[in-house]
Design a binder for this molecule. Sequence first.
Ligand code: DON
Length: 309
Amino acid sequence: MFMKREDIEVKIEECIDKAKRYKGVGEVASYIPELKNVDEDSFALSIVTTSGDVYNFGESEKIFSVQSISKVFTLMMALKDNTIEEVFSKVGTEPTRYEFNSLIPIDQRAANPFINAGAITTTSMIYGENKEEKFNRVMELIRQMSQNSEFTFMKDIYESEISTTDRNRAIAYYLKSKNIFDQNADEVLDLYVRICSIGANVESLAKFGAILANEGFDIYSSNLIVPQNIVQMTIAQMASCGMYETSGEYLMKVGIPSKSGVGGGILGIVPNKCGICVYSPRLDKSGNSVVGKNLLKILSADLGLNIFL
Ligand code: DON
């Protein structure tokens, strides 16, 4: 059904109003000390449609730490740089009921690319002569997918995480002991933490999401940017594993393939419609933004975005 821009804006604002009842619920992440230094109740939403329309609300310019949303970037890079068989011989495709930084879902390999062990694995599969080149290639991909939107490196977040990330260090060494990769484990870990420390605003991420929603084609020039099999596998993994141990319940209630990060962002993809990014840093126990997941649920119902309906 065709709707005027003003009418769509009013509908989205009504959804935001409904989600206000979740304001103040949950805690900001503190296990990475620097992540505490945010305004706990800040809020932003961006929806970018596959026809190129941009709808921004709240603090849409605010840069926040993407954290695990970057696991989407890393999976895409691993799939670009290696064959599909190579990638999925090193990392599985199954959801897990264990928390994102658990060592339990690493049997012969990590359960999926969206838990920490899986993303450390895909990080080890990014091509480049050195760390800088690998990191720059990730930045190039996300800039290309977001019409050169602003993405930054948040040095304070990186330093805070790299000096406290003992659990991920254990995971990296364990994966190396299993011959999942043969590079230096500290180097792989460093690149993983750097990529988690990328900063973005909701509009940059929603634009990135809109390319995935648009089957890999640029929303303005229609050039193919990402091969369609990579788009399809990335969205499928977001649907099954993107919200950690709550992925099944979230998919059932919200019906939008999504990926969360402990920085407070959630990126959602509605194929052939739009990319959505919500930012609100208070998290539930699994590490998902409370306002974010509830707003996505309301938007899904009220704007007809559930992929199963
Ligand atoms: O490795 C970590 O623990 C963080 N850099 C990322 C975790 C994360 O974002 C989990 N998300 N909900």
